[in-house]
Design a protein around this ligand. Structure first.
Ligand code: GN1
Ligand code: MG
Length: 366
């Protein structure tokens, strides 16, 4: 692997002496490496990624979205006099200016600078960090508020089309490709009982009640970088799925992770609940940035977005389990089922606390 990574770094015109590299295992789709080079006394760090082209079948368009959106943010930051090296991602180009390198065997690679003195968290306990992540994703919305949404490529069509996600789920149940349906009828039934509520935000958008904006579409808290010492937010990362979408989904997908008292694949369901303190912290941070321009319907849709994203992601995990784990990376045999059960429990807890969730949103809309 080292030789391959060195070949890729050379393509991206990285100078210096290779020092070390390590794989980062937190993503479920792409393969990610942190690579260190020394130049004199300095240690320069890079994130080198192999894009999963089974999932991202139009990787060139994806990189066009990313470079265009980051450029847009960078210009605004420059006008504000902010430190562009810390607050927005910077991708490296190969000799002819493209932001990707395709190897002879067809592998699609890209590389960005690692933001110095930054750290990310999978599911932090510290509510200040959770609030800061709300500010980070809210600010991302705010910076892209006037970005022409029609210019974005649809990198993965129907990505957060919850109705179609249920369609794929039905097909997987019917096909039962690897014989995993038997014994999990209760989990399957649990997801069908939430279909109506989970598909509501998508239907609202179709009825013209919610606008499409430039959204991140994968707002897990580990996709925010924080300053190593102050824990203030720096840049939002993983811009692969930046596309037209619903603000409720960006809010909701963040709550799915940051608001869960357990892990994304928590096996002990007694540990899975909506952490109201963290929910409130994220909401406070997020709304501080976006309340000035969201429509009334959008504000009201936020708690529903959290339920929808939790259910939709759970449906996707269960679909993948039924299909034999071909989409999400798994680290043990029933991980997708464990993830799905956890998301079902979390969504049910959200519905129990739904009024409280709405009250908190209203409180920070003032
Ligand atoms: C995938 O690989 P990662 O962690 O960035 C997935 C998201 C899911 C997430 C679940 C392109 O994101 O949609 O919400 O796993 N990305 C894609 O943790 O499908
Ligand atoms: Mg992602």
């Amino acid at each position: 692997m080292k030789n391959k990574i060195l070949e890729i770094c050379k393509a991206f015109q990285i100078s210096g002496t290779f020092y070390k590299m390590e794989e980062i295992h937190s993503g479920h789709i792409n393969s990610t490496f942190r690579v260190y080079f020394t130049v004199g006394e300095n240690l320069n760090e890079y994130i080198v990624q192999k894009v999963n082209t089974n999932v991202f079948v139009r990787p060139v368009e994806m990189m066009e979205n990313i470079s265009s959106v980051t450029e847009f943010i960078r210009e605004k930051l420059e006008r504000e006099g902010a430190d562009v090296r810390r607050f927005v991602m910077q991708y490296l180009s190969v000799a002819d200016g493209r932001y990707y390198h395709v190897r002879e065997n067809g592998e699609f690679w890209r590389c960005c600078r690692f933001i110095e003195n930054s750290v990310s968290f999978l599911n932090p306990e510290n509510t200040k960090v959770v609030e800061e992540s709300g500010v980070a994703f809210g600010a991302f919305q705010k910076y892209l508020y006037d970005y022409p949404v029609d210019k974005l490529h649809i990198v993965i069509p129907h990505f957060h089309n919850t109705i179609m996600r249920y369609g794929a789920f039905r097909e997987a149940i019917k096909a039962d490709l690897v014989g995993r349906k038997s014994g999990i009828e209760d989990v399957i039934a649990g997801y069908f009982s939430l279909e109506e509520v989970a598909t509501e935000p998508y239907k609202m958008q179709r009825r013209g009640e919610l606008p499409l904006r430039v959204t991140h579409n994968d707002t897990k808290i580990s996709n925010v970088l924080f300053d190593l010492e102050t824990y203030e937010h720096l840049s939002v990362i993983d811009l692969d799925t930046v596309m037209p979408g619903l603000v409720a989904f960006d809010f909701g997908d963040a709550i799915r992770i940051a608001g869960n008292t357990g892990e994304e694949d928590e096996r002990d369901l007694a540990r899975v609940a909506l952490d109201m303190e963290k929910y409130e912290a994220f909401t406070r941070g997020f709304l501080k940035e976006v309340r000035g321009f969201l429509t009334e319907n959008e504000k009201k849709s936020l708690p529903l977005g959290a339920v929808a994203m939790t259910v939709e992601c759970g449906v996707r995990f269960l679909t993948d389990y039924l299909n034999g784990d071909t989409y999400f990376k798994t680290h043990y045999s029933d991980q997708n089922l464990v993830r799905a059960k956890c998301h079902l429990a979390l969504a049910k807890d959200m519905l129990r606390r739904f009024e409280e969730m709405q009250e908190i949103v209203e409180k920070y809309c003032q």
